[in-house]
Each structure stands twice: as structure tokens, then as C-alpha cells.
Design a binder for this molecule. Sequence first.
Ligand code: GUN
Ligand code: ZN
Length: 430
Amino acid sequence: MILYRAHLLWSDSLTELRDVKEGGLLVDDSGRIVASGPFAEISRQHVGAAILDLRPHWILPGLIDLHVHLPQYQSVAMDGLELLPWLKTHIFPAEARFADAAFAKAAARKFFGDLLSLGTTTAVVYSTIHQEATDAAFGVAESCGIRCAMGKMMMDQNAPEALSESTETSLHQSAELIQQWHGKADGRLLYALAPRFAPMCSPALMRGVGSLSESTGAYIQTHLAENLAEIAWVKQLFPDCATYTEVYHHHGMLNGRTLLGHGIHLDASERALIRAAGASIVHCPSSNAFLQSGVMPLRRWLNEDLSIGLGTDVAGGPTLSLWNEMAMACTVSKLRSALLEEAEATMEPVEVFHLATRNAARALGLQDRIGGLAVGMDADFLVVDPRQVDPGERAEDAVEHILSRLVYRADPRMVKATYVRGQRCFAQGS
Ligand code: GUN
Ligand code: ZN
């Protein structure tokens, strides 16, 4: 058992933070939090525990990235194109290189290492169509200690030659990977089926994905209503479905474990389908801006009780930093409010921090396990030094101001260490 001594900070609800200034977090040998609260009290009750004094650093719950593409990491910041030409010009050639499993393994090491160094402890990841590369990436995730849900990309129509696969191969290989990895490392590794998006998935593939998810408990991740040209293409391919969301619903892809990336351009009937299915929307504001996809009305949809988390969507977004994504969510909502005739409440750091921790955990059905610092949860946390981003080098300030500086002024140097299930997976300078 280790008792970590630090200022604890986590999100209690969309608008409320919890913090314990002279805090203690007691973690048992299996990586579970067994006590969380005032250090003095916990150290009195557990006299035998080894103490690790992290002061003046703070402990926060690990961040959860609900949408990111491993094979696209090297293609970040390729500017100038919208979604469909960007995929064709920059992304598909990059993904084709993952036919080489050794290349894929090296890329996975860099990818997961960088995620951990930025304070992300859980990531929901797209690999490429390649089974071997996906298997290798799972192996890297297993050994580096990150928590991750991942899946091989699936696309059986309208895909470029080098990334084409048959419906049967796509489903068969995904089923094999589920068998191999879903629930492994005591549930730290999970499978997320990854049908790319409706234009590149046949009806048979989508139905197969839905039934695999039902029979195995695997997640489903896909893209939805991101870009107007994409939406027009879906309408043309699926004329019998009234909306883009209806395409996924009709083919059995919407359930409580479905994560829908972007979802910018959705009408009320689509939002109702998503809500009724218990599916979640992954808001990717930096990608939405970078690819000029549009502005998702985050506040409005939170008010409608949609389940929403955040995703960096690398390489649509330029960085793996969820801090950056939280800042973008705030900034974009302010610009949206300024440009709208009817102003709406803008998003604040306390709220986007909730989206990146508690809300994301709930979207994954893991709200009792991750996203907070409560007793019974797994010890997935990061250690930060708020002084790193404070020009005033204040020792004392309101906790909201401190969180706000971490979000708006995020600097990789502020993350000192990252722990998943009590295991240190990253430490600065080592
Ligand atoms: N839609 C289909 N594939 C992709 C992708 O790789 N990235 C993004 N941002 N949107 C997509
Ligand atoms: Zn994406």
C-alpha cells in the first residue's frame, strides 16, 4: 500500500469541483483507491502504509481521450483541406504504411508514450485495417500500462485500393482481435469495433458490427455528421434512411457502448435516436476547427442531456493533449456565442474538465472505475505542478483559477507523472 500525499482535485459534477488541500490517496497493491481525503486522518488509520510525499504537486484523475487515431499521429498539422480530400491526400497513404507491423509497433510506442506524458490515462483508439498492426499496438498498450479501448479500422466499400478489405475479412479479423484482447490485463484493455463511417461501410458490415458488439460487449466507435460533403455522400448512398444517424440506427450500430465522433450537424430526430440508444457523442473541437467541419453546439446538447465526452481526433486535431482540447472546447463555445444573435452560456474550464474525466468515464460505462479519486476506483491519476503555468508563482489561489490556468496555459512540463491502476507509467525526466 502506498499513501500519496498531495493536494487532491477532481470533478464532482458539471459545475462542482472537489479538492482536499492537505490530501492523501491510499492505493493498495492491486492499484485500487482504498482511502481518499485528508492526509492526517488516513495516515493515522493506516500507520503501516509507505508514504510518497508529492507536495507541492497536485493529484488529478487521469484524462480520458474518447477519439484518437494512432496511425495518423505522424500526419498531424497537414493544413489546407476539408475532410474528404484530406483523408485521400494525407491520411490514407499514412495508414497504408501500417501494413508493415514493425513500423506499426514503433509508431505505437511513440503514440502511447506521448499520450501518457500529457496526462491521458485512458484512450479510445482507431488502428488501421491491419490485424497484425492492431495486435502489435495492443501489445504495446499492454506493456506501457495505459488503459485503452482500441479496434482495427473497418471499411469494405469506397476505400482506396491499399486499404480495402472484404466484409467477411473485416468482421472475422475483428472477432479474432476481440477474442484476443477484449478484457485483457484485468480489463485494462478493451476492444472498440471501428467501422470508419457510413460511406465506407456496407449494410452487411454495419449489421455485423452491431451483432458483434451485442454478443461480446465490445464498444463501437465511428464518425457521424462531421462535414457537409460527407453528409451529402451518405444521403446519396443510403436514400432510404432519413438521416445519417438513422443509417447507423437502422443497421444496429447504436447502443449504450457506441461512441460517435464529431456529430456536428445533427437534427432533433437524430439527437433523440442517440439519446434513446444511450450512445455518446465525442466532441472534437480542435479537429472540427482544423478541418473546417463546423461548430458543434456543445452547450445546447449538454442541456438536452446528451452524453458527451472529448476527443483529440489526431490527426484531425493537431495534438494528443486533452488539455488543449479542453481549452478549445471553451474557446470555440465563446466564439460561437459571440457570433450567434442569441447569446448562449459559454463553457468553463470546470465543465470541460468534467467532460474529460467523469463524463467520459460514464460514456464508457466505467464511472465506478475511472474519472475520479473516490474510494473503490482504480488509481488512474496524474501528478501536476500548477506553478509551472502560473506567471505569479502563487502558492495559494482559488481552485477554479488554478484549474483554469492548467487548461488555458497547458504546458507538457506541468505533468510530472502519470499512474494507471497504481502503476507509474510516465515520470518526467526518466
Ligand atoms: N471520417 C472518416 N474517417 C475519418 C478520419 O480518419 N478522421 C476524421 N476526422 N474523420 C473521419
Ligand atoms: Zn476521427
